[in-house]
Design a protein around this ligand. Structure first.
Ligand SMILES: CC(C)(COP(=O)(O)OP(=O)(O)OC[C@H]1O[C@@H](n2cnc3c(N)ncnc32)[C@H](O)[C@@H]1OP(=O)(O)O)[C@@H](O)C(=O)NCCC(=O)NCCS
Length: 180
């Protein structure tokens, strides 16, 4: 079991860019899809539709999450990036960052969160399933190396009960004593 660690979560600033880039390079850009990761992330941080949250532990950036408030689905925000530095993994930071993203969605009146995950990324898929995300589709050849992405979604509001199905007629319900 990993030792207890005090972790703070806050909105990222441009001063966090080098640390975020380092985590991005070692955890997400492993197939070198992005030649200029720092330039890419800098642009993403400048975009007003994106929210970056970092996890800080012992004065170090331990992980980050990037959410996009203008995803393809009108009622959902999308988690574009999530990564935790290798030395800080399995301490609940990834899950806590996801909770932050879900709170951002709720504060901005969105009803759901979507994300895309490599079909072969069992660690991340497990984490998402544990947090209530369900596979809702897949994107063939989504990543530069040809890997498929699973589209996952979590609803943050109770789903409306289905209006289809059987309904007992009023007189039967009264006869059965179900209504007055
Ligand atoms: C996926 C990723 C973000 C998860 O980050 P993390 O901080 O390790 O995630 P968590 O700690 O919240 O959860 C992971 C595991 O740690 C366990 N855990 C959580 N808190 C714990 C604690 N205090 N002590 C021990 N284990 C703990 C969880 O139960 C979970 O274990 P399980 O998968 O065996 O059930 C991280 O592995 C990563 O950066 N991977 C590379 C990049 C990546 O794949 N990103 C996702 C792209 S879609």
């Amino acid at each position: 079991m990993a030792s207890k660690l005090s972790i703070a979560f806050r909105k990222a600033t441009r001063r966090d860019l080098p640390a975020i880039t380092k985590i991005f390079e070692s955890s997400l850009n492993t197939t070198h899809e992005f030649d200029d990761a720092r330039g890419y992330l800098s642009e993403q941080m400048r975009d007003a539709d994106n929210r970056f949250v970092v996890a800080e532990a012992g004065g170090k950036i331990a992980g980050f999450i990037q959410t996009d408030l203008t995803s393809d689905t009108a009622d959902a925000i999308n988690i574009d990036q999530l990564a935790v530095d290798r030395s800080f993994r399995h301490r609940g930071i990834g899950s806590a960052l996801m909770k932050k993203a879900e709170n951002i969605a709720l504060r901005n009146h969105f009803k759901a969160v979507t994300l895309q995950v490599r079909a072969d990324n069992d660690n991340a898929k497990h984490l998402y399933e544990e947090r209530g995300y369900k596979k809702v589709g897949s994107h063939w050849w989504y990543y530069g190396d040809g890997t498929t992405a699973y589209e996952m979604k979590k609803s943050l509001v109770p789903e409306k009960p289905s209006t289809s199905g059987w309904h007992l007629p009023g007189f039967v319900k009264r006869w059965m004593g179900l209504t007055a």
